[in-house]
Design a protein around this ligand. Structure first.
Ligand SMILES: Cc1cc2nc3c(=O)[nH]c(=O)nc-3n(C[C@H](O)[C@H](O)[C@H](O)COP(=O)(O)O)c2cc1C
Length: 467
């Protein structure tokens, strides 16, 4: 027990797979991506493993290139709030994290939905704020919805700030419900708000009383300097793709230093990379399974589509089992990717790196994509995977992980049955939940700071930078 209190705990989330090519839906073990039974099994398995939260990503439009839907994208994703609300009734302790976009939604709606989820779940809600820029996705929405990169983040910051003001508009003692005296509210201030900013000018009354966490936990996912700054200012946790030890250490140092500049305790911003895992009875068996799974994840079509994201050209005439294109990427034209922001910076450098690797290892297009997109994958026996996860956290590469299994809905079972007990044995993971603890408490986050504190941090930092 003393071991448990002294050593660093690993935070673990479970990402319900989908909205990208991680999930190998053609695998014989794969089940439905949309039946409630799949969500329920996955959530209850995560809770059986004493994990911190279930996580839903969001894809508001299926990815397309040249009119082709990515063949491994899951076809359709039920609405996040409905799924998480349903899951709140079949779990009791597990956090419920939903990715909701700050570019296309309004603060009043989002604040209401998360406050409601927090009420329904007894303090287990988390909001992963994303900014998803692309105009193609925006076509789904009433205003087209495209915003330049920097403006997306000013909007996101104000969006979260406004939501915090709405959550604060009900004091925790606002309801007296004195039946004898016939008085429900303590006074007339409940829910009153007024926000006057660059992106939102709203006033009125918020109609969901203060929820158990006060403010649901706020995650951020976005990796540019603006994105990291936004996380350092406004988030409790950051979801990242930096899945190798070296990248993780550098990223964690960077974002925690940014948090410190806002006067925050760096421990109050949790860094959580999304990672895959492949287990076998031995390391060798796991490596063999991993190779098969990686080729399932990088189908011939996916290999070409992912290469096109770097080359920014139509490469449909290329053979995925053949060599890389001789011509260089197109850096002039706008991105051909639709339904997802471009993730590749410095495409010429990336292309050079790809060529070097392909040449050194004599790789085809498909083999190269398998090689370069396999970061953040833990492969081995349960003991090897437990050792590695722990090593990353102890080395400061992250505060934990968001696990992304490749099989729905049973992909988490092996981890919970085999890896979790090993992490518990070494005191890195709770043996059980504290009954009734909120997600914020499970993540060792401080109680929600009032909206005014968050705003002051931004102002103080801006003044410091200006002086
Ligand atoms: C780890 C990670 C996960 C993300 N998940 C989602 C998602 O589920 N849905 C979404 O619309 N955008 C998602 N995004 C996209 C970001 O919200 C953002 O639009 C994109 O990263 C571009 O911003 P950036 O230049 O700051 O990275 C994710 C980004 C990262 C880094």
């Amino acid at each position: 027990m003393s071991n448990q209190t002294t050593r660093k705990q690993i935070i673990l989330g479970a990402h319900f797979p989908g909205v990208n090519n991680t999930t190998v839906w053609r695998n014989p073990a794969s089940g439905s991506q949309i039946d409630f039974a799949s969500f329920r099994h996955f959530a209850q398995t995560a809770e059986r493993g004493k994990l911190d939260f279930l996580f839903l990503a969001e894809g508001l439009r299926l990815r397309e290139q040249r009119g082709l839907i990515h063949d491994l994208d899951v076809v359709g994703r039920p609405d996040t709030f409905a799924v998480l609300a349903a899951l709140s009734s079949v779990t009791t302790q597990l956090g419920l994290a939903g990715t909701i976009n700050a570019t296309f939604n309004e603060p009043y709606e989002v604040a209401r939905q998360f406050a409601t989820l927090d009420q329904l779940s007894g303090g287990r809600a988390a909001w992963n704020v994303v900014t998803s820029s692309d105009a193609f996705t925006g076509e789904n929405f009433r205003r087209g919805g495209f915003l330049p990169h920097a403006q997306r983040y000013t909007r996101a910051r104000e969006h979260v700030q406004t939501a915090r003001e709405l959550w604060d508009s009900w004091r925790s003692d606002a309801i007296v419900a004195d039946k004898e005296a016939g008085q429900f509210l303590a006074d007339g201030t409940a829910g009153a708000f007024a926000h006057d900013g660059e992106h939102f000018k709203i006033s009125g009354r918020f109609n969901v009383p203060r929820s158990p966490q006060g403010h649901p936990v706020v995650f951020q996912a976005g990796d540019s300097s603006d994105g990291r700054e936004f996380a350092a200012q406004s988030a409790d946790a950051i979801f990242t793709r930096h899945g190798t030890l070296e990248e993780g250490v550098a990223f964690t140092r960077d974002v925690k230093a940014r948090a410190r500049r806002y006067g925050r305790d760096p421990d109050d911003l949790k860094v959580l990379p999304g990672v895959g895992f492949i287990l076998g009875d031995t390391d060798q068996e796991a490596a063999e399974i991993a190779r098969e799974v990686r080729f399932e994840q990088v189908s011939p079509q996916t290999a070409i589509l992912l290469l096109e994201q770097v080359w920014n050209r139509d490469l449909s005439s290329y053979d995925p089992d053949g060599p890389l294109p001789a011509e260089d990427p197109d850096v002039e034209s706008i991105s051909i990717i639709q339904g997802r922001a471009r993730q590749v910076d410095g495409i010429l450098e990336t292309a050079r790196r790809y060529r070097r690797i392909a040449e050194e290892k004599n790789l085809s297009i498909r083999e190269l994509i398998v090689e370069v997109t396999g970061r953040g994958l833990f492969v081995g026996s349960a003991r090897t995977v437990a050792d590695e996860l722990d090593r990353f956290v102890l080395a400061g590469a992250s505060d934990g992980f968001i696990l992304v299994p490749h099989i729905v809905p049973f992909g988490l079972d092996g981890f919970v049955d085999q890896v979790v007990p090993l992490l518990q044995e070494r005191g890195a993971l709770r043996e059980d939940y504290v009954p009734g603890a909120t997600l914020r408490e499970n993540l060792a986050l401080p109680p929600a700071a009032p909206a005014a504190h968050w705003a002051a941090r931004v102002r103080d930092n801006a003044e410091e930078v200006a002086s």
